[in-house]
Ligand binder design. Sequence first.
Ligand SMILES: [Zn+2]
Length: 262
Amino acid sequence: MRKSIVRDLVILIVIFGMIWGIVSVFPIFPEKIELLSIDREEELGELYLEIIQNDPTFSLIENQELDSIVEIIGTRLIDGLGKSRYEYKFYLAETEMINAFTLPGANIVITTGLINFCESAEELASVIAHEMGHAENRDVISRLVKELGLQILTSSDPFVMGEVTRVLSSAGFDRKQEKEADLFACELLENSDIEPRTLASFFRKLKEDIDNDLLEKFEIVSTHPNFTSRIRETLEYIPSEDFEEIEIEVDWQEVIKMIETQ
Ligand SMILES: [Zn+2]
């Protein structure tokens, strides 16, 4: 009698195990973002860029000198990243606000206020690397789906579109997503021959200046109460023994002058 109970139990466990295995390999409820192809995401990115271009709070600018600086930093990171499903594009927004955010399809917007706040090309690289983490992890598109719904994203209603850009440029990723983007940034910086702990020193500077009004909506400070642990975790990242930093060849003082004379 007891033997048959044990046997039944074993059979039950095996059946549960098989069901669990099948469900985890072929999810019954796939992530909604998987319904959105990379091509479609890139199309959405183009659409949101157009909206942002027409929004006076962002005023995207073209400045040959500054664009080439961002290009040098971006290229270093893209080379460090290697293969990606995205083609990265960087845009400059002229505003005192300190911010950087990622639109769907790996379109990264950087404000002149952020460049002015950074003390080196490496600091700016660490912020861009964090944003690239959100792009690679598809955090941006999953957040939009979560907050606004898949249907709304493809709407052409101007009010809805305005809402989309508000969501994109403001804080709102969860702690897990921020943590993953920080780790991604450290690894990417290391692969790009940039000291990964630059991100930690940048965070510390932000923390000291957290009451700065210009930081109000900075995407990177979205988990503000958790900031100390993010600094610690980023500092704890140890690059491999053969890591050697190669300075980004940009005269940062000149860059700041360019911003001031903009
Ligand atoms: Zn972030």
